[in-house]
Design a protein around this ligand. Structure first.
Ligand code: ZN
Length: 135
């Protein structure tokens, strides 16, 4: 993979199994500051670990689910999935979320109100809950 040769960073692994605690804190803080609107972003990984959250340009915050304008994402192979917040206490994906999961990326985080370490969940592209270790 010559395109990675010039890069200092490791390409993302097929299976993402961990998230840096600082990234999770950033997600929860962003969700809190956007409340009662939704926050949405994409996730970048190195190896098997999520290392960065990027606010998606053109993200619509509103009372309904955030709409991810995935076509506005830069072509970036290190982006592995999405994150968004739920202003309600439900961390479970909606029908629209499941549709988005299927079409974009392989790891998806939902941070539900009150945006604590206990109120977020992660899912694979089929909407099945997965475990991410906080590192
Ligand atoms: Zn949602």
């Amino acid at each position: 993979m010559s395109i990675f040769r010039k890069r200092r960073h490791q390409p993302p692994a097929k299976h993402i199994t961990a998230i840096r605690s600082g990234v999770l804190e950033t997600i929860l803080a962003s969700a809190r500051s956007t409340h009662p609107h939704e926050f949405a972003g994409s996730l970048r990984a190195e190896g098997d670990t999520i290392t960065e959250v990027i606010l998606i340009p053109g993200t619509i915050s509103g009372d309904s689910h955030a709409i991810m304008k995935t076509y506005m994402l830069p072509i970036d192979l290190s982006i592995v999935g999405s994150v968004h917040s739920h202003p309600s206490p439900s961390p479970y994906p909606s029908e629209a979320d499941l549709q988005m999961f299927k079409n974009f990326g392989r790891v998806h985080i939902i941070a539900a109100y009150p945006y604590t370490m206990d109120s977020w969940r992660s899912y694979d592209s089929t909407g099945r809950e997965i475990h991410l270790e906080v590192v």
